[in-house]
Design a protein around this ligand. Structure first.
Ligand code: DX5
Ligand code: ZN
Length: 234
């Protein structure tokens, strides 16, 4: 199944002193979703922000708030993020022993559920939750920091997960080191949802944000073309 490409700028790379303005700017610049990276200094070696910040930004945009929880434990905080206004809540397969329970809890809160894999985790970790998730997020850096280099090793994993997903209505999201230069390869591997932090926010102006978002989208759409053309050749 081919889905529209979604570009989800990560606000981790925004100017936190002007967070509301930055979100309004990426919204106007063509962001499809707003990616929110929550870090706890325990599951990952960095602390970012929590549910109160999600609540504060909720009135600023009507776009989907795509909340990526890099926290452990995660279950005690799911309700707070749901109440704060998250639309999609993604948990890490590595964050605890009961991934299926976490996913069920997100769905019971009326939210879309995502599952994320760190670079060293095999795709088999999500085999038995695929019928319960709306999104799979493949980390293409080790989670914790923006501005790291894309790990090429993850392209094969993206391809394998694309096959595992098959016709299920699940988005395949890629997060970490995504730029206009590698977006084509990411989309060619099967991703339909691209997170980008530094590649979007490094421009520091609304016009630059729009250019970067458009460049990532154009590259991703172009990356899909060879496969579609190949499929049409008898
Ligand atoms: C990493 C985060 C990513 C990251 C993306 O732990 O989940 O969302 O901030 O930022 P860039 O695009 O700068 O790698
Ligand atoms: Zn993220």
């Amino acid at each position: 199944m081919t889905r529209e490409i979604v570009i989800a700028p990560s606000i981790l790379a925004a100017d936190f002193a002007r967070l509301g303005e930055e979100i309004a700017a990426i919204d106007a610049a063509g962001a499809d979703w707003i990616h929110c990276d929550v870090m706890d200094g325990h599951f990952v070696p960095n602390i970012s922000f929590g549910a109160d910040v999600i609540k504060a930004i909720r009135p600023v945009t009507k776009k989907i708030l795509d909340v990526h929880l890099m926290i452990a434990p995660v279950d005690p905080y799911l309700e707070a993020f749901a109440k704060a206004g998250a639309d999609i809540i993604t948990v890490h397969a590595e964050a605890g022993p009961h991934l299926d329970r976490s996913i069920q809890a997100i769905r019971a809160l009326g939210k879309k559920a995502g599952v994320s894999l760190c670079p060293a985790t095999a795709e088999s970790a999500i085999t038995y939750v695929l019928d319960r998730v709306d999104l799979v997020l493949v980390m293409t850096v080790n989670p914790g920091f923006g501005g790291q280099s894309f790990l090429e090793s993850q392209l094969e994993k993206i391809e394998r997960i694309k096959v595992m997903i098959g016709d299920r209505p699940i988005r395949l999201e890629v997060d970490g080191g995504v730029t206009p230069d590698n977006a084509a390869a990411v989309a060619a591997a099967g991703a339909d949802t691209l997170v980008a932090g530094s590649a979007v926010f490094r421009g520091k102006s609304k016009a630059a944000y729009a250019n970067s978002i458009a460049a990532i989208r154009t590259a991703a759409e172009a990356g899909r073309v060879p496969k579609l053309q190949t499929a049409l050749i008898p």
